[in-house]
Design a protein around this ligand. Structure first.
Ligand code: ATP
Length: 372
């Protein structure tokens, strides 16, 4: 059954309406929403005014933000100035994009309205739709303003937090510097006290009438310092100046302690080759089976009886059974061999009774033994 003329006309009218209702852009889609268009011009003017106000507000806000950041930095910080310029540019770009979008919406609205006027029906609904769309867009702008205000508040809060953190860091650094200064002062005070105490000790040692003891102590210090220099000459350069001053105060040193004489097994010497030994002593040694002198005996003889070593102190350090008893008994016997007086001429002091019993066989002609 063929469609009637009325049905064809209705179908064409629907197609035209569908063509008009087909969305080609976002603005067109908004314009097709249902509503009345009586308030088209008034909201359009309000949009213009609000657009200008909004632009001015954004610019003022950006400029105030830039000034606030500049004051917070207390100086001409180039980076913050750049950030302020970027914010101003961003706000201007946002306003321009909004304006372009709204202009596009207005142009589309005008085009649709003309078409609708030509069609002669549905004008009021479309115009009202445009108003609704504008109000929605303004609502969006309002939302944007609110969101920007929230962002600004967040930025301000963030700036305050950053400022507090910087203050905290500065205060902590200041405390750390104060702590370091306190530690250095304490160290200097301790060093000063030690130096004062050492100087007081040195002064008391020189003024209490114990000059020999003080001199020995100074000698020991100088010997220790000298030994340390010999052992590690480079290390003495890094010592504190106080130890260098000790070296200047040191007195004379004893050669027998500072320069020991080292002896070895090769230093054994036949009895008949011992220079200056009394022949009677040599014969007595051979009678007891002692054909050679041990190294400690040879060394002590050289330092006491041979040469110009008489009259000074000697210190012998040798292992057990190395002949130390005969080592000091030979110089005594050598000295007594030329003495005709019967009186106390030699004294041997031993720490234990057992050691006394060990010494008597080596010195059988000892007249008296005193036990304390
Ligand atoms: N030149 C020598 N030749 C042979 N024998 C010796 C000689 N000198 C010492 N002796 C013997 O060596 C032994 C040890 O000697 P002596 O006791 O003097 O050693 P010492 O170093 O004094 O020992 P200690 O450290 O225990 O006192 C003794 O029996 C002694 O008779």
């Amino acid at each position: 059954m063929a469609p009637s003329l009325l049905e064809k006309l209705n179908a064409k009218a629907k197609e035209r309406e569908l063509q008009k209702a087909e969305p080609t852009s976002k603005a067109t889609k908004v314009l097709t929403a249902p509503g009345t268009g009586h308030a088209h011009l008034a909201p359009y003017r309000n949009v213009k005014e609000e657009r200008e106000n909004k632009k001015q507000r954004l610019q003022n806000r950006a400029s105030s933000k830039t000034e606030a950041k500049g004051e917070a930095s207390d100086g001409n910080d180039d980076e913050e100035d750049d950030e302020g310029e970027l914010l101003v540019r961003a706000s201007e770009d946002l306003v321009e994009s909004r304006e372009q979008q709204e202009r596009a919406e207005d142009e589309d609205e005008d085009g649709e309205g003309d078409d609708d006027d030509d069609d002669g029906g549905g004008d009021d609904d479309d115009e009202h739709d445009n108003d609704v769309g504008d109000s929605d867009s303004l609502g969006d702008v309002g939302d944007t303003d609110e969101s920007e205000e929230e962002e600004d508040e967040g930025d301000d809060a963030h700036n305050e937090e950053v400022a507090e953190e910087e203050n905290d860091v500065d205060s902590e650094q200041g405390e750390a510097v104060d702590d370091d200064d306190d530690d250095e002062e304490e160290e200097q005070a301790t060093i000063g006290k030690e130096q004062d105490r050492e100087n007081a000790e040195d002064d008391s040692g020189g003024s209490d009438g114990c000059g020999d003891v003080a001199g020995d102590a100074q000698e020991d210090r100088s010997q220790t310092t000298h030994a340390a220099e010999i052992a590690a000459p480079n290390a003495s350069n890094s010592e504190q100046p106080s130890k260098v001053t000790k070296k200047k105060k040191a007195g004379p040193t004893l050669n027998w302690m500072r320069v020991p004489i080292a002896l070895g097994p090769e230093d054994r010497l036949p009895v008949e080759e011992v220079a200056g030994l009394d022949p009677r002593i040599a014969r007595a040694l051979k009678r007891q089976g002692m054909e050679t002198l041990f190294p400690a005996q040879v060394g002590l003889w050289r330092e006491s009886c041979a040469g110009a070593a008489e009259g000074r102190d000697l210190c012998v350090c040798a292992p057990t059974g190395s002949g130390k008893t005969l080592a000091y008994a030979l110089p005594i016997a050598q000295g007594l061999s030329k003495c005709i007086f019967r009186r106390l001429r030699a004294l041997v002091v031993l720490p234990t009774h057992d050691l006394v019993l060990q010494v008597i066989p080596t010195m059988p002609h000892t007249q008296r033994i005193f036990v304390l």
